[in-house]
Structure formats: C-alpha cells, structure tokens
Design a protein around this ligand. Structure first.
Ligand code: NAP
Ligand code: GCO
Length: 261
C-alpha cells in the first residue's frame, strides 16, 4: 500500500533541506526522482548527494515561477523519463520584513514563488495525470497557513493561499482520481530557518530558538526527515481517499498554547 515502485516523482526545490529529504524518502519507497532548483551549482551538488545514496535522480535547472521554462522541463521529463505520477510543490522562499517596510516588489516575489509557482507546476502536470487515470500532488504549506507572526506577511499570505489552492485542486480534479493534499511542517532545521537558530555573540541560543521549543510540545525543532513518513503516505495508495487535507507535521504546535514562561 505504501509502495511507490514504478512511480515518477517530481520534487521542486529538492537540492537540500525539506525537498531533498522528501525526495530521498519517496525514492526509498521505490519512486524514480526528478528534482529542480534555480542554482546550477546546487542542482549539481545535489546530484552528487543522490548518487552517493544510490538514488536514481535527474536534476533540472528550472525556475518554477517561469511558466515557459516549467513547460519545457515537463516536456523533457515526459520525453526522456515518463509522465509524472507524484508532484511535490516544495520550492519556496521567505522574506522576513515588517509589513509596513516591505516593498510591493518583495511581497510579489514571495507570492510568485510560494503560490503562483505551485499553480504553474500543478497546471503543467494535471493533464497527463488525467490521461493516465490519476496522480498525487503534495503542496508544502506551513504553520503560516494557519498562524501569523511579525515580519512574514507575504509568506503567510502565500502559504494561506497555497492551503486553499490545495483544496481547490482536490475539488476540481478529484473526479479524475487526483489527490491533492498539503503537508504543513512545523519549525524545521533547514537553511531557510538557520537565521532563527544562530548562536548569539554572547554564546546563548537565539531567542527564537527558545521560543519555538517552548511552543512545541515535542520541545525540539523538526528535522527534514520528520516529513518523510507523511510524504510517503500522501504519495502512495495508502491515501487514495484523502483529498484536500493539510497534514500538519509540527510536533504539536497547532494544538498547544505554549509553555508558561
Ligand atoms: P530551503 O532550505 O531554503 O530550500 C529551498 C529550495 O527551494 C532550494 O533548493 C531552492 O533552490 C528552491 N527554490 C527556491 N526558489 C525556487 C524557484 N523559484 N524555483 C525552483 N526552486 C526554487 O527551504 P526549506 O526550509 O527546505 O523549505 C522547503 C519548503 O518547505 C518551502 O516551501 C518552505 O516554505 C516550506 N517550509 C519550511 C519550513 C521550515 O521550517 N524550514 C517549515 C514549513 C514550511 P536553490 O538551491 O537552487 O536555491
Ligand atoms: C518564520 C519561519 C516559518 C517557517 C515555517 C513554519 O520565519 O516564522 O521561517 O515561516 O519556515 O514555514 O511552518
């Protein structure tokens, strides 16, 4: 039920971090991996890491916000590897800027990568999924699909939108046996959150690091590997009647009011 043998999975932004761990996990369940990023150096470095693990992975340099480039990549995958069974919309960026200091250009860029790109990617793979009788789309959402906080207005707007795009894809294409679900990671140790975990000049942990541990019943940050089981579940036949759901993988953050100081 959890096997992905014979499946082709495209994971966006999977050079490292959450995308790399999810790709590694889907490969361990039998899927052939295709991934992309924007930096050629990072795509090449990732290829070395996939090879080291014995994972059959093909990397593309492709900006997911560029509709023409995405269509070209999907055509190339179709011609040389096969049609995509599983799409994981993982690529994402964040800009931490107080809202009233943020330019509309910066706000738009975050929306472009975190919301428009998943739309462009899903639109590019759904026709083939319809033809082949089904498919799985997993959108990587966030705590910010539900919660706000200082400095992340664009990111929260995009991730809230991505939650609704997830529900809408499920609503519109569920009849074609396409399941579109989201994973909402809690706070995960990756380059994206590294600035929030930096040791301070006085040797003390970053105040945000202590804040997150106090907000998380598990009392720790998540690791990218914590997302592997949920990703295999949502990519496999085990979730064939799960559609439009956001699976929060957050060590309990959304259930908890937080530890009393
Ligand atoms: P990360 O370490 O910053 O990695 C992001 C990846 O996305 C990189 O491989 C990057 O490619 C790629 N990327 C960025 N813009 C792209 C674009 N326009 N087209 C193609 N690829 C692009 O991020 P992460 O922490 O692993 O996060 C992955 C996803 O999970 C994001 O959507 C993020 O918002 C979400 N998330 C993260 C956390 C967390 O705590 N870390 C929690 C919840 C949700 P290059 O290497 O080529 O630059
Ligand atoms: C932040 C963080 C978060 C996480 C994640 C939480 O600044 O608050 O970067 O937004 O990356 O998305 O689920």
């Amino acid at each position: 039920m959890f096997s992905l043998k014979g499946k082709i999975a495209l994971v966006t932004g999977a050079n490292y971090g959450i995308g790399f761990a999810i790709a590694k996990g889907l490969a361990s369940a039998g899927a052939k991996i295709v991934y992309n990023g924007i930096s050629k150096t990072e795509v090449d470095n990732a290829k070395v890491e996939y090879d080291k693990l014995g994972i059959d992975a093909t990397g593309y340099v492709c900006d997911c916000t560029d509709e023409d480039a995405v269509e070209k990549m999907i055509d190339d995958i179709r011609a040389n590897i096969g049609t995509i069974d599983i799409l994981v919309n993982n690529a994402g960026i964040i800009k931490r800027i107080p809202m009233i200091e943020m330019s509309a250009k910066d706000f738009r860029q975050v929306i472009d990568v975190d919301l428009n790109a998943p739309f462009i990617m899903a639109k590019a793979v759904i026709p083939d999924m319809i033809l082949k009788g089904g498919g799985k789309i997993i959108n990587i959402c966030s705590m910010m699909s539900e919660l706000g906080r200082e400095t992340v207005s664009a990111y929260a707007s995009a991730k809230g939108g991505l939650k609704m795009l997830t529900k809408n894809i499920a609503s519109e294409y569920g009849k074609y046996n396409i399941q579109c679900n989201g994973i909402g990671p809690g706070y995960i140790e990756t380059p994206q959150t590294a600035p929030l975990r930096e040791i301070q000049p006085d040797g003390k942990p970053h105040p945000f690091d202590s804040f997150i541990k106090a907000k998380t019943p598990a009392e720790r940050w998540g690791t990218p590997e914590d997302l592997i089981g949920p990703a295999i579940f949502l990519a496999s036949d085990a979730s064939n009647f799960v559609n439009g759901h956001i699976l929060y993988v957050d060590g309990g953050i959304l259930a908890y009011i937080g530890k009393q100081p």
